[in-house]
Design a protein around this ligand. Structure first.
Ligand code: PLP
Length: 437
């Protein structure tokens, strides 16, 4: 297998040291680079669109903390807001004004959310949203779609996207049959399957969880027919439609993917960007629904770190910046420039590929086949991807280490940065031409 041509001795030593104490040396599996058969660089710091490893190598960051950093690393207003908050203390596990302020920003941005609960991560928000759907409807069954990854949530640990497949555990050991027993799996964008499952089980379904634009099995937009059918069937059967906008929320538009697709869910789950670079999650929806949560209602939900001052300050600064200086148009131009450039390079070299881009998110598969579902995404040319990945890393581009994983630009990735990515990609493809295709 082709590995990096560049030595990273400090990172290699750091990885050995970490592996002695932390399983696999990492605190989340995809960080270990097992999919590309190599060792990860250890990151020392970030600055705008760039990160620097402990061997002092720099990279243009095309992951942006998996889409969390819409303003890149260390945006001055976000840093200032965190510093200001710290002066008064980091966490109180008691009500604070900042929590209401972040809630106000979210509710103003996303009309389907009348009330919101702030939590510590995307997975925690998803877990709570599912409990809310079950508690509200008095039903157990949850529908999800193959390839949909919704965080480390037992009930949804079946046919997930990027992480668990690579760890080789679609049926993950440790997840009980009881936990996934009530989870039905359908194919994404399959309208007929939806109609059929609702015809058979509609009155048992508590909710359907879906990314309106799927980001963990490639980048696949829900078709209008699929999303409209979902909305209609859930309404007809009094099930709840849950949009997982952990990745898409505030990424493509200030109102989330739901603003673009024109469909309002019953519950929206947020994460990533709302934490402004710290770990965060939130879920929200109609007032009568959210009122079922404790202490207003009977459904338990709570966490010690929820609403901590650092996350609130970072989140508020990020959403204000997005509201007052929306970067979406500029990011679309940057994305288009990147897409055009990459497509030209790949086509000129006759390399079979599927390149999908939406705004500041994109994904590149080495295949001729259209990738519109999980099975198709699984069948792509992994060795070629691995070669490309390391050729890019060695040219200073930090590309997501799994082919199925979406790549991200931040608002700090300007034209010069995009041209640097394209120059590296051109060199990487030339270098790869030396290998058998
Ligand atoms: N939902 C989606 C679509 C995600 O991509 C992720 C994480 O990548 C999550 C939920 C879980 O978020 P977290 O890692 O903050 O728990």
């Amino acid at each position: 297998m082709p590995e990096s041509r560049i030595l990273r001795p400090k990172s290699q030593e750091a990885f050995r040291r970490a592996k002695r104490l932390i399983p696999g040396g990492v605190n989340s599996p995809a960080r270990a680079f097992s999919a590309v058969d190599g060792d990860p660089p250890f990151i020392a710091r970030g600055d705008g669109p760039r990160i620097f490893d402990i061997d002092d190598l720099q990279y243009i960051d095309c992951s942006c903390a998996r889409g969390s950093l819409i303003f890149g690393h260390r945006h001055p207003r976000i840093v200032a807001a965190i510093e200001e908050a710290l002066k008064a203390g980091s966490s109180f596990a008691a009500p604070t004004l900042r929590e209401t302020e972040l809630a106000e920003l979210i509710v103003e941005a996303i009309p389907s959310i009348e009330m919101v609960r702030l939590v510590d991560s995307g997975a925690e928000a998803i877990t709570s949203a599912i409990r809310l759907a079950r508690g509200f409807t008095g039903r157990d069954m949850i529908v999800k779609f193959a390839g949909g990854y919704h965080g480390d949530v037992d009930a949804l640990m079946v046919a997930t996207g990027s992480n668990p497949i690579l760890a080789g555990m679609p049926g993950c050991p440790g997840v009980s049959f009881g936990a996934t027993n009530g989870t039905l799996i359908l194919r994404y964008n399959d309208v007929a399957a939806l109609e059929s499952v609702f015809a058979q089980h509609g009155d048992l379904i508590a909710g359907v969880i879906v990314e309106p634009i799927a980001t963990n099995m490639g980048l696949v937009s829900g078709t209008a027919a699929f999303l409209e059918t979902l909305r209609r069937l859930t309404q007809e059967h009094e099930s709840l439609l849950i949009f997982d906008e952990v990745t898409t929320g505030f990424r493509l538009a200030y109102g989330g993917a739901q603003q673009l697709v024109g469909i309002e869910p019953d519950i929206t789950v947020l994460g990533k960007i709302i934490g402004g670079g710290t770990s965060a999650g939130a879920f929200g929806g109609r007032r009568n629904l959210m009122h079922r949560l404790m202490p207003a209602g009977p459904i338990q939900q709570g966490a010690n770190g929820a609403g901590n001052a650092i996350t609130m300050a970072a989140g508020i600064a990020t959403l204000r910046e997005l509201r007052d200086h929306p970067p979406y148009e500029a990011m679309e131009h940057a994305g288009q420039r990147l897409e055009d450039g990459l497509r030209d390079l790949l086509t000129a070299d006759g390399i079979p590929h599927q390149l999908v881009r939406l705004g500041s998110m994109w994904i590149l598969f080495f295949t001729e086949q259209l990738i519109d579902n999980y099975d198709a995404a699984k069948g792509c040319d992994a060795p070629r991807f691995s070669r490309f990945f390391w050729a890019m890393m060695d040219r200073g581009i930090y590309w997501p280490s799994q082919q199925m994983e979406t790549a991200f630009l931040s608002a700090m990735h300007d034209e010069v940065v995009i041209d640097n990515i394209l120059k590296a990609a051109g060199d990487a493809l030339k270098f790869m031409a030396g290998f058998a295709r």
